[in-house]
Design a protein around this ligand. Sequence first.
Ligand code: ADP
Length: 191
Amino acid sequence: MRLILMGPPGAGKGTQAKYVADHFGIPAISTGDIFRENVSQGTDLGVEAERYMDAGEYVPDEITNQMVRNRIDKPDAEPGFLLDGYPRTLAQVEELDGMIAHTGHRLDAVVVLTVDSEEVVQRLIQRARTEGRADDTEDVIRRRQEIYLEETEPLIAVYRKRGLVHDINGMGEVDEVTKRIFEALDVIPQS
Ligand code: ADP
C-alpha cells in the first residue's frame, strides 16, 4: 500500500498518519518529523533545513527529495509507506512518481483531510502552547497556511485527475476521522 496523506498544516495529518500506517503495517514517513530529528541532532541536513522551517518556508526540493528517496529505499518501506507532508510541490510530485515507478509499484491513494481553516489555526496555536514547536508562532502559522494554499493545494487537482483522491472530513473526534479513513481505504485493492 502506497499512500499520501494531505491537508493543511494543523489538519491532524501526523495523528492520523500513525493510525493509518499501523492499520496497513507500513511505516508513516513524515518529512516534518525527519527534518525536526535532523535539527535536534545538529546534522548538516538539519542545519540547512532549520532556517527555512523557522520562517515557515518550504525546504528546497532537492534537499527534501533526496531525503525521501533515502527513506523510501529502506527495507521497512518495501511493502509500502504512508507519506505525511510530502509531496508539497509539483516538482516533488514528479520526483515521487519516478521513485515509485522505479520500484515497479504504483501509488494507491491520496487521502485529503478537509477542515475548517479557522479551527485549524486555533489547533495550531494550541499545539504551540503544549509542544513549543519553534515554527508555531502566529506569524509563522499564517505563513505556512499561505504557502500551503499557493504551493500544495493545487497538487490535489493533479491527483484528482488520476482518480486517486479520497476526500475525508477531518473535523470531529480523532477516532471518528480514523474510522472514515479506514472506510475509504479498506475497499480499494492493494498493489
Ligand atoms: P506542518 O504540516 O504543520 O506545516 P510539518 O511538520 O509537516 O508541519 O513540516 C514542518 C516544516 O518542515 C515545514 O514548514 C517545512 O519547512 C518543512 N517541510 C516538511 N515537509 C516538507 C516538504 N515536503 N517540502 C519542503 N519542506 C517541507
